[in-house]
Design a binder for this molecule. Sequence first.
Ligand code: G3H
Ligand code: 13P
Ligand code: ZN
Length: 327
Amino acid sequence: MSKKAVSYKELGLVNTREMFKKAMAGQYAVPAYNFNNMEQLQAIITACTQTNSPVILQVSKGARQYANQTLLTYMAQGAVQYMKEMGGNIPIALHLDHGDSFELCVSCIETGFSSVMIDGSSLPYEENVALTKKVVEYAHKYDVTVEGELGVLAGIEDEVQSEHSHYTDPNDVEDFVKRTGVDSLAISIGTSHGAYKFKLKPGETVPPLRFDILKECERRLPGFPIVLHGASSVLQEYIQMINKYGGKMENAVGVPVEQLRDATKSAVCKINIDSDGRLVMTAMIRKVFVDKPAEFDPRKYLGPARDELVKMYKDKNEKVLGSAGKA
Ligand code: G3H
Ligand code: 13P
Ligand code: ZN
């Protein structure tokens, strides 16, 4: 660590170890909500404090560049204080989402992250093992937890549907976890990132996720925390609002909530949600712009967006992830 480094413990944050242990025992999943700006962060903290849910504040490489790494450190520290001011006492982790290099993980650890993901899933297996192990060895010196990934989720840029993702091979998971020392593992069972997860023909419904792969991973890694990425439900009420107020999002489909609920009853301890937050913000801002075209005070459109985000996150914690009341 460099002399100027900030430890997450000084910021009042925690790593994910204890959170996952409790989630595994209690059969629920800890929400990992992505954020890029103050309103999203306020909404996440408010919702999780009001529902007494543990929370993982998740920051991608792009979000870190967007928000500024120094500002982010203190936003996370501020989030802990804000939560206490609201009378809460929930564990909060600050996690790097989809870290793509050892250097980025080190930089995040030095600026107060309590958990990092090193995503070597697109690398050949042995390279993924080597990179992940290197990050784990560094991170564990500072009691920072590490998420690895095996199997590749389809990306929206590929214009592919989830059937084309490379599912995790359960034959690899034991070896990977043992050799890398990771604290949790993201697996690919049919979800994908973004708002267009499945390409459905008229009348078709979303196919079930590959719970057989999840079960087999669980059998090979008893009691080990599994992570589900690409878990937004792409809430249709907000898609309809976006389209009603001038947007154009056709055929946007996500993971049905029933399937997410089923996933929480397994070894899935962390569920990643970004797109649903983006949809809520976009829908609400579009509505204000149409309803009040003369409005130009950002608080007047970001405020309603933030309020709606709080509702959506509370709903997730209470009705989907089962994390409400578990802090
Ligand atoms: O998994 C990807 C997350 O939704 C973050 O997306 O890289 O656009 O910030 P981003
Ligand atoms: P969604 O795009 O489904 O919200 O997934 C987010 C995610 O997996 C972040 O890592
Ligand atoms: Zn992801």
